[in-house]
Design a protein around this ligand. Structure first.
Ligand code: OOG
Ligand code: MG
Length: 262
């Protein structure tokens, strides 16, 4: 790591505060160009500690930048991960509040629910043995950086822009999901189709995203645990939302998931 622990602590406090206050900040790398990816994950972890101290509970992890559409939109071409807490989770049909975020965007995803611990190194096929449920999901992302612009290390430090997510009500065991590697996805806002895509956009198969996550965590001596949720990453680019919007995702065989914005 390039940064000393006290700087990590200060930067974790800065990203956490920006999230709590919904006030955009300048990229951390502007003042700390020497920041490494390991520093960034350490800042992310330290910022999560602050959330846990406030009573939030870890419910899962997310992968980000796992599709070409997302990488191209953000100009960052490496998959990353972030932490998900109970305070970020909503139920299909719930409403999120625009003002609680800096500049929220929504994206269509596939999510896994784990029935067993998952420790890397692993393969996509082996990783799927830990999965008990699969569903559609809408993720709300909200970079804490001005203009939603960041470098790889900045977005990692900012917990991969995590802010809210909602899982579809239809959570099926893997054996009941036909063709997980190529499920049609239709993403609409206010009844207008914004994007159509396929789960194949997510690293060619969402199971590859799950395995990649387990492997990235294993490099840091961490693992996924039974009961956790994993978001595999946006299958299309993300779309900004405003109060009054109604967001809906339909996934072949997995029903529809909805989110309202107030
Ligand atoms: C980073 C998070 C990306 C995804 O699904 O690709 C992400 C961002 O785009 O702000 O969640
Ligand atoms: Mg996402």
């Amino acid at each position: 790591m390039a940064l000393p622990q006290d700087t990590i602590d200060v930067l974790a406090r800065i990203v956490d505060r920006a999230a709590v206050k919904a006030e955009p900040i300048t990229m951390l790398t502007e003042a700390h160009p020497e920041m490494t990816i390991e520093d960034a994950y350490e800042i992310q972890r330290t910022s999560m500690e602050r959330r846990f101290e406030r009573g939030e509970v870890l419910v899962g992890m997310k992968m980000g930048l796992t599709s070409q559409a997302k990488m191209d939109q953000m100009g960052v071409h490496n998959p990353i991960y972030g932490h998900l807490t109970d305070a970020m989770q909503r139920t299909s049909g719930d409403t999120i509040v625009r003002e609680e975020h800096c500049h929220p965007r929504v994206e269509p995803e596939i999510a896994f629910v784990l029935g067993a611990d998952l420790q890397g190194p692993t393969t996509p096929q082996k990783a799927m043995e830990s999965v008990s449920g699969i569903c559609g999901a809408i993720e709300v992302i909200d970079s804490r950086y001005k203009d939603f612009k960041f470098t790889l290390v900045d977005v990692v430090a900012d917990n991969a822009s995590s802010t809210r997510f909602v899982l579809g009500d239809m959570v099926l065991p893997p054996a009941e999901v036909d063709g997980l590697g190529n499920l049609g996805m239709v993403f609409s806002i206010n009844g207008e189709v914004k994007a159509t895509g396929s789960s194949a956009a997510i690293l060619d198969h969402p199971a590859r995203s799950l395995a990649a996550l387990a492997n990235m965590l294993a490099e840091r001596g961490e693992r996924l645990e039974a009961g956790q949720i994993v978001l595999a990453g946006g299958a299309t680019k993300a779309f900004h939302v405003e109060p009054g919007d109604h967001v809906e995702l339909e996934v072949d065989g997995l029903g529809s998931t909805a989110l309202f914005v107030a």
